[in-house]
Design a binder for this molecule. Structure first.
Ligand code: DAV
Length: 369
């Protein structure tokens, strides 16, 4: 007998069941078009690939395990993925890459909307098979919850036609990148639908999706057709030279309140929906660090990559004291979670989790459209 329920409609309702990733067997993947465009030009990761050092894997796992126990102590059920062998190459009739990535950020792969968990297409070749890390859990949920809908988006072909060759240049420079971001010229083309689940934010009836490196317009159109009862909104954040994933940029905390990265503000012409419905968009506090930790893909803005446990409670990374202080001022109870040494494995507290069950139903938070 179990009481598994898959149900989650937004980013803030009381969390009851969640997946927390693992750092097991995580690799720095070899060069490939989508990945090269994202690894910052001055990154220590350029030119190297292979399994991450075991001591860093062990340390990241220690932090993820502690975080899982913190959640369990609050009565939240926590499940963990089963790592596949990421040293194996990923090969399809269309491409080959010499290794895979990992299973630390389930948020990138799994999109929970109501009683459905949808496996994203992904847009990196090294992440094409990443869903396999979560299949044991998804199969179990499917056995246990008769209402659970397990869905997978069409697997993309990821041939060279999916990537703009001008992004393969090693020295593009931030000025050019920002210009391209402003013009919505991203590394991915419109060859076929592509999206990562971490480009999607759930606001009940409304889904807000970032168009950037990892999600193209066809991916957003695919989501629109797949979720016909939702309104799907495309957003851009032109201040980001490496636009992947929305969750270090735009962070809803509760109905009516969103934090926005002050270097990546939502353009004025995309604010109407929030303003008309009385939602406030406030600048997030500055990160506490000047640089990401070693071998990390993400920016220092993982400071705002938080996990909301309910509309009054939020998990914030323990070294991010400016962000914790701001949350406190905004009336949130803050739970500090030590995670920085796991950032390099694929992100922060939002990235390393995926919702299975939050209380609540599908509500319309933006009745004035
Ligand atoms: O700011 O590098 C990280 C998002 C990870 N899910 C950034 C985006």
């Amino acid at each position: 007998m179990t009481n598994t329920i898959v149900n989650s409609w937004n980013e803030w309702d009381p969390l009851r069941h969640v997946i927390v990733g693992r750092a097991d067997d995580c690799h720095i993947p070899p060069a490939e078009p989508a990945l090269d465009a994202k690894v910052p030009e001055d990154s220590d990761m350029r030119g190297q690939w292979g399994k991450r050092p075991q001591d860093t894997i062990d340390r990241a796992n220690e932090l993820l395990d502690t975080f899982a126990r913190q959640l369990e102590a609050r009565g939240i059920r926590v499940d963990r993925p089963t790592s596949i062998d990421h040293s194996k190459p990923a090969t399809t009739p269309d491409f080959h890459t010499d290794s895979q990535f990992g299973c630390m950020p389930p948020r990138d792969v799994l999109l929970t909307v109501g009683s459905e968990i949808l496996e994203a297409t992904m847009s990196y070749r090294c992440r094409w098979f990443e869903y396999l890390n979560y299949r044991p859990l998804l199969q179990k949920y499917w056995e246990e919850d008769p209402n659970f809908r397990h869905e997978a988006a069409p697997k993309p072909r990821l041939t060279d036609a999916d990537y703009h060759p001008d992004y393969l240049n090693e020295k593009i420079g931030d000025a050019q990148r920002l210009k391209w971001a402003e013009e919505k010229h991203f590394v991915t083309t419109e060859e076929e639908p592509l999206f990562d689940a971490a480009d999607v934010l759930r606001f009940g009836r409304d889904l807000v999706v970032q168009h950037g490196f990892t999600t193209n317009l066809k991916g957003i159109e695919w989501l629109r057709r797949h979720f016909p009862d939702h309104r799907v909104h495309t957003v851009n954040f032109p201040g980001d030279p490496y636009p992947i994933h929305i969750d270090a940029t735009f962070t809803p905390l509760r109905p009516g309140l969103i934090l926005n990265n002050p270097q990546r503000r939502l353009p004025a012409d995309q604010r109407a929906m929030y303003e008309k419905n009385g939602w406030e968009i406030v600048d997030a506090a500055q990160p506490a660090h000047n640089a990401p930790p070693p071998l990390c893909y993400s920016s220092t803005w993982l400071s705002m990559n938080v996990l909301v446990l309910d509309p009054k409670t939020v998990c914030v990374e323990a070294s991010e004291h400016y962000q914790m202080e701001q949350m406190d001022k905004l009336g949130m109870n803050v739970i500090p979670v030590d995670l920085r040494d796991a950032y390099a494995f694929g992100g922060g507290l939002h990235c390393c989790t995926a919702d299975v069950y939050r209380e609540g139903t599908c509500e319309d938070y933006f009745p004035v459209q």
